[in-house]
Design a protein around this ligand. Sequence first.
Ligand code: SF4
Length: 313
Amino acid sequence: MSSHLKTKRNKPPRLYPSLHLVEGYKGKLIIDSDRSDGISFVNYNELDSSLEIYMSVNETEIFDGCNLDYEQIEIPFVIHMLEIYGNDKNVIDESFLIIENINVPYCEFHVDLKEDIFHLLIRSLNSPIRSMAIHLEYCQFKWDLLEDKDTCVKLDILFVYASPFNAMEVVNGVNVLFIEGLKVSVPSLNFMEFSHEAFLLSQIHNLFFYKRSVFDKNGLRHLTEYNVTKEDVDICKECEFRRCCFDSRKVLNRSDGTFFYQSECNYNPYIAKWKGEEGYRTLAECGVESDASGFSIDHERIAEINEELWGED
Ligand code: SF4
């Protein structure tokens, strides 16, 4: 690239500013914020040749300047999420007072009874809520919850736990996610946000906990985990999804100030494999341990597994 194209920071201009490259231990991810999509891959030669950026320009130059190490940034949008845990109409009604008073745009309702769900769907219609999710157990789920499209207009996603099967259906514009286990605690590709805002925000805050508050029968409380970024947490700091991951697990800290999670994620960044994919191994099987006592990793063991899974880079 000729020198007159260099900017003040002596870096080439970014030809595709909506694309961000995030490198993990093994895998790589291109966040395409224009299309709210992500392209994950392991080796550059895996990228489809139709990805025109690779046809003429060296990838390092393209992505030079992408590591935006902001100390302070102005986030061009505000995320405000309220989690509501309510067993009766009173809690739901009180939560709507907060939602209406401070214009909460995003809500997650954790409810027990079908009747309460109808009630909150109706209440949401004339509220400031732009989008909401409902979490409930399979024994409370009935398809008639979704039969009136107009009533569900603010409902984006319905999580149905303790289901006899895993499945995803779309009914009247609502994504219905049937999950065999109990509440979602580890991420999947459904919990990634491939946006420019998330990419920036993730550098200083935790995407899931940022501006998230909880309301239950004990009142309103604010969560403090929002200041722990994925870069601060062992394992996640080496994952290419760290700039778009909405992981809801509770982060824990060790006495030396480092951070870890108690449970394993569904993604293993050391071998670039999701649980359920062929060749997947747990972190423990790869010789990676992260718990209250510390973090340890067996690079040789991982190299052997990657050799078997992916061959030579
Ligand atoms: S929670 Fe899993 S997918 Fe998300 S950044 Fe951490 S390792 Fe990656």
